[in-house]
Design a protein. Structure first.
Length: 497
C-alpha cells in the first residue's frame, strides 16, 4: 500500500503519480458488461478479486446449515469496529416482523420477484405467501426489476431468436409475452426504470459499443436509441427528464454529461471523467458526484453543489465506487488501495456533501454496499481478511484456466453499518450464487439504482446464496441477523414499497 497523501490521512491512500488506465482496462470492462447476457466468461473477470483464496480452517456453521430451522438461528457476532471478535448474543432481539407498506390506492405491495430454476419469473410476499408464476414462456429471463410504483416488472428475456425487453404485471401468467424491444444481434442486457415508472432505459449491444435506449413501459411507442458509448453508466434525475451519464471510462473519448431524455443524447460536458463507474445525484438533486481526472494521470472524487457551484474534493487511488444516501446529502464510497489498482475494492467511507468531512466506516475490503431506503443502514459485502490473496490482481494470462479448474465460488461477509450511531455488525459469511458474484457485484453501483435488495421498511435484505449445493433465496433480518429461507432460485429483488 502506498503512503497516505499529507492532509488526507487516514482516509484515502493516494500515490504521488498514477497512470491512466490503459486501453486493456477499457476493453476488459466492455467484455465484462457485454457478458451480462449470459456469457460465462464474465465470471472470470470478477474472480480476479477472489482467486486463490484458501478454504476456511473451520467450516462456517451458517453456510453448512441444513434445512432445519436451526440453520437460520445461529448466534450473530457483533463488532463496533469490525474486529471479527464474537460477542455475547444471549440478549439479541428477536426478529422484527416486516411492516407491510401500501400504495397510495391502498393496494399492498411489499413483494419479491425472482427467477426460478426454469428461468421463469416468480413473485411472492416476503413471508412466502401469494406466490405467482408470472411467465411460462420459451424465453429464459434475467434480472427482473420492479417499477418505482411497484405495479410492473421489467426483465430481459433470452431465447434462440435473440434477447428482448419485457414488461409484465404482477398478475396472471403470460405464456407468450410481447417484448417492447427485441433483436438477435443487438440484444438488451441491462435495464433501469425511470423514476415516474413511465419509461424503461436499457443497454443493448451496438456495433460501436453499447446503445442506451428508451422505451415507453406501456408499449405506446417504439424504443428510441438515445446515445452510444462504451462502457455506459447513468442515473436518472428525480423528475425523469434528465440522465447524468458517464461514457467511455476516462480519456479523450470519455463523456460526463447531463442529457435530456427527450433530446439528442448529448449535453454540456461537466468534467473530464476520472477513474470511476457510476456518477451520482443526491436525493434532493442539489449535488452531483463523480471522479474527475487531474493532471499527472490521477483522479479525485468530486462533489459539486449545483446551487453555489462549490466543490468538495478527495483524491483517491484505484477506482472509486459511490452511492448517495436516499435521505441525506451523504456519499458512501470505496476505492482501491494500491496506486495502479483497477479495483474499487477497499475501505468504506462516508463524505458529507456540505462540509467535505470524510469518516471511515470500515477498514474491511468492501466489494459492494447498499443503502437502506430510510438512509440509516449500509449493507456491505467484504471478502475474508485471512488469506484473501491479491484482491487487486490486474491480469493473469492463465486466470480463466485456473478458475475453470477450481470450480468454486468466493465466500463473502455480510456487514451492516448504522450511520446514525457509527456502529457496524458482522452478521455472517456466505457463498453467493454465480450470477450474483460475477454479474451483479462488479457493477453493484449501477444495479443499486435499478434493482433493490432492501425491504421497503429497511428492516431486511433479500440475498441469493449457495446452500447445500443449490441456489437459494433468503430473507435476512438486519436487527437480529437471522435468515429465513424463501425459495429456490436466482436474482431476487424487492419491490420499492
Amino acid at each position: 500500500m502506498s503512503e497516505f497523501e499529507p492532509g488526507y490521512d487516514p482516509f484515502v491512500a493516494m500515490p504521488e503519480t498514477q497512470n491512466r488506465p490503459s486501453g486493456c482496462r477499457i476493453i476488459l470492462t466492455l467484455v465484462v458488461v457485454l457478458a451480462l447476457i449470459g456469457m460465462s466468461a464474465s465470471g472470470a473477470i470478477w474472480f480476479f478479486f477472489f482467486r486463490e483464496q484458501p478454504e476456511p480452517v473451520e467450516p462456517d456453521p451458517i453456510v453448512q446449515a441444513t434445512a432445519s430451522s436451526t440453520a437460520s438461528e445461529e448466534a450473530v457476532p457483533t463488532e463496533s469496529d469490525l474486529t471479527g471478535e464474537e460477542a455475547d448474543t444471549e440478549n439479541e432481539p428477536a426478529a422484527t416482523p416486516l411492516a407491510l407498506p401500501t400504495a397510495q390506492d391502498g393496494t399492498a405491495i411489499n413483494r419479491i420477484v425472482y427467477i426460478n430454476d426454469e428461468g421463469q419469473i416468480m413473485a411472492l410476499g416476503p413471508d412466502g405467501s401469494d406466490e405467482r408464476q408470472l411467465t411460462n414462456a420459451q424465453q429464459r429471463f434475467q434480472f427482473p426489476a420492479w417499477s418505482p410504483d411497484g405495479r410492473s416488472i421489467a426483465a430481459i428475456g433470452v431465447d434462440r431468436a435473440g434477447a428482448g425487453l419485457f414488461v409484465l404485471a404482477d398478475g396472471a401468467t403470460e405464456v407468450a409475452p410481447e417484448p417492447l424491444y427485441a433483436d438477435q444481434s443487438e440484444g438488451p442486457f441491462y435495464l433501469y426504470w425511470s423514476p415516474d415508472s413511465k419509461q424503461v432505459s436499457f443497454l443493448a449491444s451496438h456495433p460501436d459499443g453499447m446503445g442506451l435506449h428508451l422505451v415507453q413501459a406501456d408499449g405506446s411507442a417504439d424504443s428510441r436509441l438515445l446515445t452510444i458509448g462504451g462502457p455506459l453508466y447513468w442515473q436518472w434525475t428525480a423528475d425523469s427528464r434528465q440522465m447524468l451519464i458517464h461514457s467511455g471510462f476516462s480519456g479523450e473519448a470519455s463523456r460526463l454529461e447531463l442529457i435530456t431524455a427527450d433530446g439528442d443524447g448529448t449535453g454540456d460536458a461537466i468534467a473530464a471523467p476520472g477513474f470511476f463507474q457510476v456518477p451520482g445525484i443526491s436525493a434532493d438533486g442539489r449535488y452531483l458526484a463523480y471522479a474527475e481526472e487531474i493532471p499527472g494521470g490521477s483522479s479525485r472524487l468530486a462533489i459539486v453543489d449545483t446551487q453555489s457551484e462549490a466543490m468538495e474534493q478527495q483524491r483517491h487511488a484505484g477506482l472509486v465506487a459511490m452511492a448517495w444516501s436516499p435521505t441525506a446529502n451523504q456519499l458512501a464510497f470505496t476505492n482501491g488501495t494500491e496506486p495502479d489498482s483497477s479495483s474499487f475494492v477497499g475501505p468504506l467511507r462516508l463524505m458529507d456533501a456540505a462540509t467535505g468531512e470524510v469518516s471511515l466506516l470500515s477498514n474491511e475490503p468492501i466489494v459492494a454496499f447498499f443503502w437502506s431506503p430510510d438512509g440509516r443502514y449500509l449493507a456491505a459485502l467484504s471478502i475474508s481478511r485471512s488469506g484473501e490473496g491479491d484482491i487487486n490482481a490486474q491480469t493473469d494470462k492463465d486466470v480463466i484456466g485456473k478458475l475453470a479448474r477450481q470450480q468454486n465460488l468466493p465466500r463473502v461477509r455480510l456487514l451492516v453499518y448504522d450511520v446514525t450511531t457509527d456502529e457496524g455488525r458482522l452478521l455472517f459469511s456466505f457463498v453467493p450464487t454465480f450470477t450474483f458474484a460475477t454479474q451483479f457485484l462488479p457493477f453493484f453501483d449501477q444495479y443499486a439504482l435499478s434493482h433493490r435488495l432492501w425491504s421497503p421498511d429497511s428492516s431486511a435484505l433479500v440475498l441469493p446464496m449457495v446452500e447445500n449445493g443449490r441456489n437459494q433465496i433468503f430473507i435476512i433480518n438486519v436487527v437480529s441477523g437471522q435468515k429465513q429461507f424463501l425459495a429456490e432460485g436466482l436474482m431476487p429483488f424487492w419491490s420499492p414499497r
